[in-house]
Design a protein around this ligand. Structure first.
Ligand SMILES: Cc1cn([C@H]2C[C@H](O)[C@@H](COP(=O)(O)OP(=O)(O)O[C@H]3O[C@H](C)C(=O)[C@H](O)[C@H]3O)O2)c(=O)[nH]c1=O
Length: 185
């Protein structure tokens, strides 16, 4: 199932699961089947996998600048996360707008986030693992971060001091952010 979100271009995708007495099987990514539904995503060149041990961890809000901007197809392989995309495309009518969804092993939902967006998540369970496909390779020289609590996001765990990296602790505020994305939208 494919659902549009409040930000055009950001999609919620739920691949079907085939359950039986053993458990389930699901094609977590099938380009041909998505294209048959009119969804053509860029080529993916890198798969990432991260584990966050504790509930209340925040990773993000991250981006890679052009020429290595990344689109991401995110799913939660274990546990539960609240996954967020923030539109930072210059000139976008939804600039600064965010969407967030609970992705979990149980619901099997995936979030497609085109490049030109910040991406981050808050874990809502211990041992939350995410697996995500990227449309460009890691380019540390293009890596950037915006402060997780500077975008007006209604994070599901309020008044939290999250577990975050030093990089995320030092991230710039959205109000000070000069977007490197100048796509025509
Ligand atoms: C992203 C990345 C990182 N690394 C190395 C660099 C560091 O030594 C280590 C941890 O990196 P970082 O702290 O940036 O990991 P996260 O905080 O999970 O960052 C990611 O989290 C948010 C949610 C994202 O969407 C991005 O993919 C990415 O920024 O992995 C690599 O070797 N390759 C990579 O593609």
């Amino acid at each position: 199932m494919i659902e549009q979100t409040a930000i055009p271009g950001v999609l919620l995708i739920t691949p079907p699961r085939f359950g039986d007495h053993r458990g389930f099987f699901s094609e977590s990514w099938n380009r041909k089947k998505l294209e048959a539904e009119g969804i053509v995503l860029p080529e993916f060149v890198q798969d990432n996998h991260s584990l966050s041990r504790e509930k209340g961890t925040v990773r993000g809000l991250h981006f890679q600048s052009p020429p290595h901007a990344q689109g991401k197809l995110v799913r939660c392989g274990r546990g539960v996360i609240f996954d967020v995309a923030v539109d930072v495309r210059r000139g976008s009518p939804t600039y600064g707008r965010w969407v967030g969804y609970e992705l979990s092993f149980d619901n099997g939902k995936q979030l497609w986030i085109p490049d030109g967006f910040l991406h981050g998540f808050m874990t809502l369970s211990d041992d939350a693992e995410i697996c995500y496909k990227c449309t460009d390779h890691y380019a540390p020289e293009c890596d950037g971060a915006v402060k997780w609590d500077s975008c007006g996001i209604d994070w599901p765990i309020a008044d939290i001091v999250p577990i975050i990296s030093g990089k995320d602790q030092e991230a710039q505020h959205l109000s000070d952010f000069d977007t490197p994305f100048s796509y025509e939208v």
